[in-house]
Write a protein of this length. Structure first.
Length: 222
């Protein structure tokens, strides 16, 4: 892995709640999203989308802090004030009618100069479960900043980062062993590190090739 292939730029994934800008791993799967989010938006509204545990919520909160934006869960939108605003997890579950109407109002207000609006979700906005036709039409046209699942380089770096967040000592060859066996996803990386952490504590074993193999086998059987 070359030094230029993975950069540490914004904020962390995973177990730690740190919001430091210097802790986010930036690589090919997320670089375009980071550039779009931290640069000039194509409009007053933007969607930040990506799979579970990919770092979009932390990235959105860093943006909110830098722009003085409030952060609101999509399910609690009714009554949210216009202005710079992050609306989290728009596609987590169908919104109530009042929340859909509030989102429609906030979207239009942002477009009229009422402050930037950043929406987060797991899927592109055209796939969000919205019933209000005018809102669905606007969301379908919303430009997304997309974070993809990690490639091999980012997955290995993420495993190292998650290990440090949990204060685990995982030898490089064990990181390679894990990366070769798990699904290439942020969720899988978090699951295996959490399982290793629990096993190491419960069994009073250092993290080794054998312990990693045992944990990987158990997860494969579940």
């Amino acid at each position: 892995m070359s030094a230029g292939e993975v950069e540490q730029l914004l904020l962390p994934f995973g177990h730690t709640s740190s919001q430091r800008r210097s802790d986010f791993l930036v690589a090919a799967p997320n670089r375009a999203a980071v550039r779009l989010l931290t640069g000039a938006w194509p409009g007053a509204q933007l969607a930040l989308v990506g799979p579970e545990s990919c770092g979009k919520s932390h990235l959105a909160r860093i943006w909110a802090e830098e722009h003085g934006a409030a952060v609101v869960d999509a399910q609690a939108l009714d009554g949210a004030a216009p202005g710079p605003l992050v609306i989290e997890d728009v596609d987590r579950a169908p919104l109530a009618d009042a929340a859909e109407r509030a989102l429609f109002h906030l979207y239009n207000t942002a477009g009229a100069g009422g402050g930037a609006l950043l929406l987060t979700g797991r899927r592109p906005p055209a796939q969000w479960p919205v019933r209000l036709p005018d809102l669905a039409s606007r969301l379908s046209a919303l430009p997304p900043a997309e974070i993809a699942e990690p490639d091999d380089i980012l997955l290995s770096s993420l495993l190292v980062k998650l290990s440090r967040d949990r204060q685990l000592v995982v030898p490089p060859r064990v990181v390679q062993q894990i990366a070769a066996r798990i699904e290439r996803s942020y969720t899988a990386a978090n699951v295996i590190l959490a399982a290793l952490d629990r096993a190491s504590l419960a069994e009073r074993r250092t993290i080794s090739h054998k312990l990693a193999a045992d944990v990987l086998d158990r997860l494969a059987e579940d």
